[in-house]
Design a protein around this ligand. Sequence first.
Ligand code: HSE
Length: 305
Amino acid sequence: MDEITISAPATVSNVVCGFDCLGFALSEPFDRMTLRKTDRREIRISHQDDHDLPVDPEKNVAGVALKAFLDRTNAKHGFEIEIMKRIKPGSGIGSSAASAAGAVVAANRLMSEPFSNRELVELAMAGEVIASGSRHADNLAPCIYGGFVLVRSLDPLDIIELDFPPLFATVIHPQIEIRTSEARKILPVTVPLKDAVYNWSNLAAFVAGLQNGDYDLMARSMVDKIIEPVRSGMIPRFDVVKAAALSAGAIGAGISGSGPSVFAISASAQTAEAVAAAIEKVYSETDIQFIVYVSPISASGVSPI
Ligand code: HSE
């Protein structure tokens, strides 16, 4: 096989109580990429979208991830990649992770799968670092594995796939850009012990709620005393959007990744649609453009199409 086309899903990371360690895959939106082997050991990139992303492989997230991949192989060939980005950069739903994850999963398929999913997350992290300035895998891991995923440790990388009950996500993406690197600079370096206890108790309870399909426990656990209070100020009308989502019946709601997208999860597609209508109403009262996605949590990550 010399060519493959894949889809790479958007992802929601942090999920309120799991900063830098918890994430899930969405069914919509997703990027599309075609990867071809080239005769020489090189990386060539082209973008079939309007995002004006760099095509220099050393500056492009997918290019950096592919270089990390090639460096771990003896391949005599390289790769040419065509990227059609549908996940807007700076949206908070794992745009850079989709580029990096999509590239390495596609390359792995073209080379008869020398690497495990865990190794692919490790390789893709090289790309994520140039986008966000930090190593984290809470978008990459669900993008590659699908479903709900916990990153217990980065070094060594330890990824746990979680069971989860039927869940539907509503995501509103206000059309403003927040760079992850900027959204990380404003975070506290130290936190009071009582806030840390509050957060890790809730993360553990949320995971128990997921495993047991206990929506009420999940709802009680989607709280955060450390990150959300600092970052929410960067998102116009965040508190109103969150309150509207909860009033419409969402299990919980919060900032998707580093924002500006705000997500909610619901137990049914019908509630997720009602949440969409409620939060659309909030943003319709502003002059900020927005896009809303309603999608089931996807059990699959990057997949051939
Ligand atoms: N966990 C990361 C953050 C995700 O919140 O900074 C951003 O991609």
